[in-house]
Design a protein around this ligand. Structure first.
Ligand code: NAG
Ligand code: NAG
Length: 185
């Protein structure tokens, strides 16, 4: 009788130990997936050009409208709420256009998509820019920058500040009037 009691006791402890290991594993998996807060990614998914107008290599200028689809990819298990912001378009490090991003939220594990139109023009560039050479080469190199400041909300109690930065480069092909080599970090 006494020996059997000991055996049952040992069995019981084994169950408890197994349960504790199991619980720990569940908590660990939860912490590493659901509770892990990742930085949302903002980028241009696609860009096209309208109202295209450019000069030549001796009298260089550009003036056009970019139609861009922006994506905010939120892989968190809670929504991402971001504030008003701006997307800037740069040529040779100088701003040539900008568009407003209105505050919104990207739902949990969702990629939010919206469109912006950005008028860009070379009027603010100094005359000693490289524009004549770029126009002669047939491709206008541009880059874009934006910073979304916001918070990831998890399970109604956790709020974590996360800012998401866009940094893309692209070339406007002056022959085809299409955007090529769109590349976002
Ligand atoms: C460049 O454009 C200007 C203004 O339109 C024009 O006067 C000039 O002839 C053009 N030059 C060439 C090489 O096409
Ligand atoms: C955000 O932008 C919208 C639209 O431009 C504007 O009405 C609103 O006042 C802005 N909100 C803040 C907090 O700046």
């Amino acid at each position: 009788m006494k020996g059997e009691g000991k055996r049952n006791n040992a069995k019981c402890w084994a169950y408890v130990a197994a349960f504790v290991v199991f619980q720990t594993a569940i908590i660990l998996i939860f912490a590493l997936t659901v509770m892990r807060i990742r930085t949302p990614k903002v980028r241009f998914a696609a860009v096209s050009v309208e109202n295209f107008n450019t000069g030549n290599s001796t009298s260089p200028f550009f003036d056009m409208k970019l139609m861009a689809q922006v994506t905010v990819k939120n892989t968190n298990f809670g929504h991402y709420k971001y504030e008003n912001s701006t997307i800037k378009i740069l040529y040779g490090g100088n701003q040539v256009g900008e568009a407003a991003v209105v505050k919104a939220r990207a739902r949990a594990r969702q990629t939010k998509k919206f469109d912006v139109t950005i008028d860009i023009s070379s009027t603010s560039l100094s005359s000693n820019s490289n524009l004549g050479n770029d126009i002669a080469s047939g491709v206008l190199p541009l880059s874009s920058q934006a910073k979304l400041e916001g918070k990831v909300h998890l399970m109604k109690v956790i709020k974590r500040k996360k800012s998401s930065e866009m940094s893309c480069t692209m070339g406007i092909n002056l022959g085809t009037r299409a955007v090529q080599d769109l590349n976002c970090k």
